[in-house]
Design a protein around this ligand. Structure first.
Ligand SMILES: Cc1ncc(C[n+]2csc(CCOP(=O)(O)OP(=O)(O)O)c2C)c(N)n1
Length: 673
């Protein structure tokens, strides 16, 4: 078999009567689920019901029995508030989402959370809800699909030809991230991407005309997209536009502007802002009647069930045909097959840290520079590793020298030029990670992590192994001044649950940090690297520094006498703590704390061995806000930090001016009670 015979599914005649009926039944499920918990959003599921019927009942390629089918079309609901749209169709299509779960919409431990959550529901491809993110995720999926096809398809066995379909409303398109992501998709000619714009003239508070007047189609055309407008309730028109988009291979993603009436089916609220949320749910009885549905709530007719069962059989056939191709591909391409499987399973070389060469003891450079060297070694060890930068490769140093550049002339390239689009970079990395074949990392200046914070938060929430390489990690940046000097950024990210933040002190800790980031499979990691040179801590064994990062915190200098004082430091300030300890004498211990989150996950015994509770004379130092350090020094201790914005001056001068010196550490220790 050559290319997948998808066309026969998409171009055959639509079964209007059954699909219209299914559309109304999906409306019924949304109305009943939202009425039963008195919360949720009716507007999208009701307005997009006909398109849902065409997608799930006809045009999308998926198999409910294999929700992770590698060559399935990905459907991403960017307007996550319309979650009942997705749940209704997943249920009707035969995914493992029983009616009980629809009845339990938004209830504790149900498979139908308020907004779609990755990993909770089969068929949900992304955690969405913060508007606009899903569009970025879809672009990431599209990038991943192009990259997978470039790397793994062979002329004989094209195992990847999926399309990425994203449904978004005015809200997603108003958010800036969608413009960044769309520009990236247009520039990189991601013609495997279809964005359905639910254009219904309504947002949450009001009619959309209160807040928007742009010509969205022209806007997208200007970004290199095809853009068409159709009536979203006309199933034939939608199918025609969708099929054209699907078969397009001219290098343009497609925007289908689908004009819809929000909350269609509840005349009391349809077409108005009152239709957006749960307001229409109080008209459930009359709405059901008007839609020709039975009085009984949550009903799906036998006709719909049996028709979808038949459709499912077709999809299963498409799956098993693909499986044959896939098996043949595997036996002909064992090296590629292993690479693909390793990617999907998150399998890494056994001793990743051991594959990163040790730095020369005379090495004196910035941790970002060390990071650049480490990147070459880990990229060689992990073919699935890819990286990108928001127009700062020359500063962030994470370019994979032998990787080639990703782009329309080389979708196999491992370096992604994101442009100055941090927010989209974050969401695109999430999309790549959702897809699960490649290991995405993205880089920018640390202070601009704020520009992608919403995407970082979602990576943490969804448990995605995304890596962030954030350089210029403190006021040590110097001359660029306070706009470019992160003081609150490191701690600001530390408060995001399930995100590891690592601020290594020297090249070997940086090696440990890269290895820890890549070995982590269940959540993201942010590396904070210096712009300025730091000394290599040759007094601490290489293995202790590398392993110490995995532990989060470790003893960098053991006391020789009875323990009196503990100094705790991260990153470039470790050297100040060590110098201060020399001055202060043999009863001082120094703890390097590159990663609070990892340290906090260690056993109580380990933590006690590093920070014994009976030693209360403790001082922490970090060139950033002090707040989080108090948990390690306690009320008897002191924190040396920077609870203000930085200063424009050479880095070393700023550090000194703001108290980041060994002398200051000595002074503070001597003033401890
Ligand atoms: C980033 C973000 N800001 C605000 C919200 C709250 N919110 C949810 S839906 C919505 C309106 C979205 O309008 P539209 O996309 O047109 O959805 P529709 O009314 O068509 O369902 C808003 C403001 C959100 N979910 N995410």
């Amino acid at each position: 078999m050559g290319a997948i015979d998808y066309f026969s599914i998409s171009m055959s005649q639509l079964n209007h009567s059954i699909l219209s009926r299914a559309a109304n039944e999906s409306r019924g499920l949304a109305i009943d689920a939202i009425a039963s918990c008195s919360s949720g959003h009716l507007g999208l599921p009701l307005g997009c019901a006909e398109m849902g019927a065409v997608l799930f009942g006809h045009a999308l390629r998926y198999d409910p029995d294999h929700p992770k089918w590698l060559n399935r079309d990905r459907f991403i609901l960017s307007g996550g508030h319309g979650s009942m749209f997705l749940y209704s169709w997943l249920h009707i299509s035969g995914y493992d989402l029983p009616l009980d779960q629809i009845k339990n919409f938004r209830q504790l431990h149900s498979m139908t959370p308020g907004h779609p959550e990755f990993g909770e529901t089969p068929g949900v491809e992304a955690t969405t809800g913060p508007l606009g993110q899903g569009i970025g995720n879809a672009v990431g999926y599209a990038l991943s699909a192009k990259m997978a096809a470039a790397r793994f398809n062979t002329a004989e066995h094209p195992i990847f030809d999926q399309r990425i379909v994203c449904l978004a409303g005015d809200g997603c398109l108003q958010e800036g991230i969608s413009a960044e992501a769309a520009a990236f998709a247009g520039h990189n000619k991601l013609d495997n991407l279809i964005l359905i714009y639910d254009s219904n003239d309504v947002t949450l508070d009001a009619m959309a005309k209160v807040t928007q007047s742009a010509d969205t189609r022209k806007r997208f055309e200007a970004l290199g997209w095809n853009a068409v407008k159709i009536n979203g309730h006309d199933m034939d028109a939608f199918l025609e536009a969708f099929t054209k988009a699907r078969n397009n291979s001219e290098g343009r993603p497609t925007l289908i502007e689908a004009r819809t009436e929000i909350a269609r089916g509840i005349p009391e609220v349809a077409g108005t802002a009152a239709g957006h949320g749960e307001g229409g749910a109080k008209f459930a009885e009359s709405a059901r009647k008007g839609l020709g549905l039975p009085e009984e709530a949550f009903s799906v007719s036998d006709e719909t069930k049996s028709w979808f069962a038949g459709h499912r059989a077709k999809l299963q056939k498409a799956y098993s045909e693909w499986e044959d191709t896939f098996s043949a591909w595997k036996s002909d391409n064992s090296r590629l097959a292993t690479e693909l499987d390793d990617g999907m399973e998150g399998r890494l070389p056994e001793d990743l840290p051991g594959l990163i060469p040790e730095f020369d003891s005379a090495y004196t450079n910035a941790t970002r520079a060390a990071g650049g060297e480490i990147m070459q070694a880990v990229a060689e060890a992990i073919p699935q590793l890819i990286t990108g930068s928001a127009d700062l490769y020359s500063s962030t140093k994470n370019y994979i020298q032998s990787g080639g550049d990703f782009g329309s002339d080389n979708y196999g390239g491992r370096n992604i030029w994101f442009g100055i689009r941090e927010h989209a970079m974050g969401a695109i990395c999430n999309g790549i990670a959702y897809d699960g074949i490649f290991r995405p990392t993205g880089a920018t200046f640390a202070v601009f992590a704020d520009y992608m914070r919403p995407a970082i938060r979602l990576a943490a929430l969804a448990g995605l192994p995304v890596g962030y390489i954030l350089t210029h990690d403190s006021v040590g940046v110097g001359e660029d001044g306070p706009t470019h000097q992160p003081v609150e950024t490191v701690s600001g990210l530390r408060v995001i649950p399930n995100l590891d933040v690592i601020r290594p002190a020297d090249p070997e800790e940086t090696a440990g940090a890269f290895a820890a980031m890549l070995e982590r499979q269940d959540g993201p990691t942010a590396l904070f690297l210096t712009r300025q040179s730091v000394p290599t801590q040759n007094d601490i064994a290489v293995n202790s520094r590398r392993k110490g990062v995995f532990m989060g915190g470790y003893i960098a200098r053991e006391e020789k006498d009875d323990l009196d004082v503990i100094l705790i430091a991260s990153g470039s300030e470790l050297t100040h703590a060590l110098h201060a300890a020399e001055e202060l004498g043999d009863s001082v211990r120094v703890v390097s704390m590159p990663c609070m989150e990892r340290f906090d996950r260690q056993t109580a015994d380990y933590r006690e061995s590093v920070l014994p509770h009976n030693c209360t004379r403790r001082v922490a130092i970090e060139a950033g806000v002090t707040g989080l350090w108090w948990k390690y020094v306690g009320s008897g201790g002191k924190v040396i930090g920077i609870d203000r914005f930085g200063i424009s001056a050479p880095g070393a001068v700023v550090m000194k001016e703001l108290g980041m010196t060994p002398e200051n550490v000595v002074k503070v220790v001597n003033n401890l009670p």
